[in-house]
Design a protein around this ligand. Structure first.
Ligand code: PLP
Length: 371
């Protein structure tokens, strides 16, 4: 089984959706599929019934929408960099010719809201701030409340958030957290094969983007979101993944991905129960690691509910990963510079608590052999 921090295991029911007969992307059937996607997508971003924010789907990976999101904002961008993916967003911004200021955060930590407020208050207002809420490379989940609070005195600054490995594993509460733009691939906690990206934008973002000269066509979020509103796609989408997304969002919203005793839940309560399942999986994984004297890379209070990252200490990461792989279980090494210093377990998506217990018992045996 795939316990890497994405792509993660995909259920058979979802794989079956990919085998449906093809339909035309301008057909009434396709409109119906987009119609099915919409309510669950809005729940995934935590949008209330009266929210004026717009959600939608694009056919590309998440990085493409890091790029797309920036095409709608002005030149002054503050990038909070706390790991490999937030660093990537800063690189993307530079590539697009933005005036990038980087707010460096030590890896394994979350941005300090006071430092963020001070940086925002320094000099001319920033047009946008970029934040990766769940740094898959370090296993840190940045609390969004304090970030929103820090932005209170910066009404002109748009908050762009990568929720790639958070969505469907942790609440986003887009409007409540004053987010202006959010993007996520679907191959992490949404547990689909990779290839499409979901996005959401506030009225403020949309107004700013419509007013800017947008130098992209395919990656223009406004075009994608207006298309979704009209139940259309600007270009040929990955139709099988749309079938899969519709099914997955309906299943999550109907409680069908929950543990047996919680399957009566539906709507926002079912999403909340899914977040709580991931919270329990984080605690179980942290407690297992503690039994082996393995320290989490982030502080406990920042540990992600979807991906746990541990300092390997005296453990040989390559042998641990290989030992588990011999039993058919794949966990992740560290990411980038942390490759052999840390290892990561992705307890995201539709993985169950029973499955996690089996993985950790097997890991006990592998570690005992290694030591
Ligand atoms: C937090 C985060 N952002 C962005 C990405 C990039 O996603 P993609 O490879 O789908 O473009 C990843 C991939 O792992 C990620 O974990």
């Amino acid at each position: 089984m795939l316990w890497i921090p994405g792509p993660t295991e995909v259920r058979d029911e979802i794989l079956a959706e990919l085998q449906r007969p093809m339909i035309g992307h301008r057909s009434a059937e396709m409109k119906a599929v987009i119609e099915r996607i919409d309510p669950g997508l809005r729940l995934a971003f935590g949008l209330g019934k009266d929210s004026t924010s717009m959600a939608g789907v694009g056919t590309h990976s998440a990085t493409a929408m890091m790029e797309g999101s920036l095409t709608g904002v002005g030149p002054r961008v503050l990038c909070i960099v706390a790991g490999a993916f937030s660093k990537r967003w800063a690189e993307v911004a530079r590539t697009l010719g933005k005036e990038v200021t980087v707010l460096e955060v030590p890896w394994g930590q979350a941005v300090d809201p006071d430092q963020l407020r001070d940086t925002l208050g320094n000099g001319a207002p920033f047009d946008a701030v970029t934040l990766v809420v769940n740094e898959t490379s370090t296993g840190v989940l940045t609390p969004l409340g304090p970030v929103a609070e820090a932005l209170k005195d910066s009404p002109r600054t748009l908050l762009l958030v990568d929720v790639v490995s958070a969505i469907a594993g942790s609440p986003i509460d887009f409007d409540e957290h004053r987010i202006d733009f959010a993007l996520a691939g679907v191959n992490k906690a949404l547990a689909l094969p990779p290839g499409i990206t979901v996005l959401c934008a506030s009225e403020r973002y949309l107004a700013a983007a419509r007013g800017n000269e947008r130098r992209t066509w395919y990656l223009d979020p406004v075009r994608t979101l207006e298309g979704h509103r009209d139940r259309k796609t600007p270009a040929t989408p990955n139709v099988p993944l749309y079938f899969a997304l519709a099914r997955q969002l309906e299943d999550i919203s109907a409680g069908r991905t929950l543990p047996e005793d919680e399957r009566h839940k539906s709507g926002a309560a079912a999403w909340q129960a899914r977040f709580e399942k991931h919270g329990r999986m984080r605690e179980r994984t942290l407690s297992w690691a503690g039994d082996h004297g393995l320290a989490p890379y982030p502080e406990h209070r920042l540990s992600s509910p979807t991906v746990s990252c541990f300092r390997a200490g005296d453990l040989d990461v390559a042998r641990l990963v290989e030992g588990l792989a011999q039993h058919g279980e794949r966990i992740g090494t560290g990411y980038g510079d942390l490759k052999w210093e840390t290892f990561r377990i992705g307890h995201m998506g539709d993985h169950t608590e029973e499955g996690l217990a089996r993985l950790l018992t097997l890991a006990d045996e592998v570690i005992a052999d290694l030591r």
